[in-house]
Structure formats: C-alpha cells, structure tokens
Design a protein around this ligand. Sequence first.
Ligand code: BG6
Length: 278
Amino acid sequence: MITHKKLANGFSYIEVKNSSAEAKVALQGAHIFHYKRVNEEPILWLSEVSDFEYGKAIRGGVPVCWPWFGFNEDKSLPQHGFARISMWEFVLSDEVDEKTTALTFRLSHDEKTLQMWHHKFLLELKITISDRLTMELKTTNLDDKSFEISQALHTYFSVSDICETTVKGLDKKPYLDALTWKNEVQNGDISFNQEVDRVYQEVDGEIVLKDKNRIIHIKNQGSSSVVVWNPWIEKTSRMSAMNKDAYKWMVCVESANAFDDKKVLKPQESHTLVATIF
Ligand code: BG6
C-alpha cells in the first residue's frame, strides 16, 4: 500500500507498507527516513530531534548527497550538495508483488540549481522496498559539456551499541582520514571508541555491519568508495538535530563516489550508483 502523507507544517512524504517491509520517503531529497522489515527493528537510524522542514536536511535515514560530497570550495553552497534539500518529483510507483514496492523520484535542473551548479542534469532515484532495501541513483548529463560529480547515499544505520559494533569488509583498504587529512590503510575490522570519519577507496566487496543483535549486509555497485562516520561525543554535541548521546545508536556507512572515485560524465552519459541493504 502506498499512502501520501503530510505533516502539520505541510512537509510531505510517502508511506509504503507491503507484506515484507515498511518505509517512509520524504519528497524533499527523495529522502528515505524509515525502513523496517516486518517483525524486526528499524534498520535506518533517525534522530529523535530531526527537523522535518523544507530547506533543512533530515538527520537520519538516507540523505542523497549530490552533486558534491562534503564541502564545496564555495563555502556559501550547502554541504553535501543541494539534492537533499530540494523538492523531487514523485514519478512512478510500482507494486511489483505483495512483497515488493518500487518508488521512483526525479530531480532536474532549474533556475535555482543552475545558480549553484552550472549544469543541466537529470537525477533519478529508484527505491525498492522489500526484505531488502535497494537504492539506484542515476545521474544523466543533459548539458553540452562534461561535468564532474561526487556523491553518496549517506545511510545512517541504527545499532544496538556503537561500542559493540564492527564494520567488516574494508581490511587492507586505503582510506583518507577526514579528521587528519592523512592517507592510511585499514588494519582488520573497524570498531569504535572515538570519532571516525574516513573515506575508504578501492572498495570492491560487500560490507558487513555487525552489532550485538544483528548483521546487515551492504552491497554497492558503480562505487568504489565507502565513507564510515560516527561523530562520537564531542562532535555530536555540536551537530544540528542530534541528541547528545545519539552517537551511541548510529553509524553511517555511506555508498559513495567520493574523492578519487568521483565521476566525469560526458554529454548524454549516465552513471548509476546502487546500494543494496539486506
Ligand atoms: C559525513 C561526513 O559524510 O557527513 C562528516 O564524512 C559530516 O564529516 C557528516 O559531519 C554529516 O554531515 P551533515 O552535513 O549532514 O551534518
């Protein structure tokens, strides 16, 4: 079942329920902010104090960072691009079978985006909700010159306790430590006892997120970079829309095309980034 819903302030989202899972997706950002399999705990983390307001990114779920990941050299432009704070068009829903629902959203250039980023584009996000969550983010260059993008499906995962959480699948991978801007190499699994903000490169296999209660698999296509982020104690207290102990219950494992993995698209060319969570 697909239902269009609105909060009292007009913030609109789509709710999906089928026999295997349920999800909620905001029109702003095509931002999935809830996903849960039947009889299980939510897989995505959502801040209890997140804004649901036009112009502000939701804190949690899966922000779409596009057409740049992180800061722009022009500091007046929004961190992680404008896609997550833009209104997308909901173009298609497909109730594939009783267990599977697919939603497609679209964002294209307009006067406002052309002021921030001087390129014509079509961005499409297909979200498939079943016992796995699949997100396919397709960028098409509609301009007459090439453009470069960096991007991420910036997934916030809910964990039972960050101190007992590990991320597997990145052993021996080079990474850029965004806290020191040094290049390092991962040794073993990632565990958390301090702030972690890293962009792993040359990633080819599945990532496994393990906490006390469950194991989540993340499989990416069209991407060889993965960002792992937990703000820990001090940064959390400075973050917008996050309670001060929120770092305990979340970790971001982001399916990306960032830094060395950014993409250049020629006119009419497309690139698709796919993340599957199961
Ligand atoms: C992560 C970055 O991807 O996003 C962090 O690696 C950043 O450095 C985090 O703090 C959250 O960003 P924002 O813009 O949503 O507060």
